[in-house]
Design a protein around this ligand. Structure first.
Ligand SMILES: [Zn+2]
Length: 302
């Protein structure tokens, strides 16, 4: 059976873009006869609050997007992530790094990816055990995954073929920060494997992070889910919507619209219906098809 998921980060109120992602994830799983899991991604315990988490659940219920199961929130799963990191360390796949962001920016040999960001130049990759022990005594390191050379390719369920050479475009990436917080890449893969998630629906802005997650699936000897990336919502002038658009957070949208009005408008913008008349998420299940959803960003005016 298909298992999709909502994986919201409770760092603020749900936003129109989050509502769209949640609706599409729910419809994708439900139209395939599957179930949906809720997982609160609160790795950043400073920004993520219990109050925001409570609002998130209330907003999902208000929207009619019921989840069938729930996984423990990420902030409670540190011991599991640490065990996975330790297993990778014992296999020689991760190593400690003491470089600051400035060290990396200023490294003379630091390569740049096609989008202009600096790729980690591997400064701490080849330190001897003695050098590591010496540094370890002075400063807590972060931990990086040793990325093999070679292309990671996959077929996105909506955007089609995608490929990336992680060594060139990304470099050895962080699995645990020096302050102890586990990286999103590690936590999300560990949790999706543990829950048996079979499909991941999320915004196109996360497409470039997918090869890193696929590499982790391979190293952990687990089958990856089918990914479906969805177009982003923009303002009518093409500007990408963001959390800064306060009028599009659900606290305010709930004062202006009923859940059916909001869902009707999003469904129409996504090409699922002919008009934007109010409807429930449930009523959209038979109409849902990935073929109807555009690949270009979607301009929306509420
Ligand atoms: Zn380093």
């Amino acid at each position: 059976m298909e298992l999709g998921r909502f994986a919201p980060t409770p760092s603020g109120r749900m936003h129109l873009g989050n509502v769209f992602s949640a609706l599409m994830a729910w419809l994708s799983a439900k139209s395939a006869g599957g179930e949906v899991l809720l997982r609160i991604e609160d790795l950043d315990t400073v920004r993520c609050t219990a109050q925001n988490t409570a609002l998130l659940r209330d907003d999902l219920r208000w929207l009619g997007l019921r989840w069938d199961r729930e996984q423990p929130c990420q902030s409670s799963q540190g011991a599991r992530y640490a065990a996975i990191l330790e297993e990778l360390r014992q296999r020689g796949l991760v190593y400690p790094c003491w470089c600051s962001r400035a060290d990396i920016e200023h490294a003379a040999n630091a390569p740049h990816a096609s989008d202009g960001h600096t790729v980690y130049p591997g400064t701490c990759r080849a330190l001897s055990e003695e050098e590591r022990a010496e540094r370890m005594a002075k400063k807590t390191p972060l931990w990086r995954l040793r990325v093999p050379d070679g292309t990671v390719s996959f077929t996105d369920g909506h955007f089609g073929p995608y490929r990336e050479n992680l060594a060139v475009e990304c470099g050895d990436f962080i699995l645990r920060r020096a302050d102890g917080i586990f990286a999103y890449q590690l936590a999300v893969v560990a949790d999706d494997i543990a829950a048996g998630v079979t499909q991941v629906v999320r915004g196109r802005d996360l497409l470039p992070s997918t090869p890193r997650q696929l590499l982790l699936y391979r190293l952990l000897d687990a089958a990856p889910p089918q990914y479906y990336h969805i177009p982003l919502l923009t303002a009518p002038d093409g500007r990408r919507l963001s959390k800064r658009d306060r009028d599009l957070d659900l606290g305010l949208l709930r004062q202006r619209f009923t859940a059916e009005e909001l869902i009707g408008r999003l469904a129409h913008a996504a090409g699922l219906t002919d008009t934007d008349r109010p409807c429930t998420a449930e009523a959209l299940i038979p109409a849902f098809s990935w073929d109807k959803v555009p690949r270009e960003d979607i301009a929306i005016h509420l």
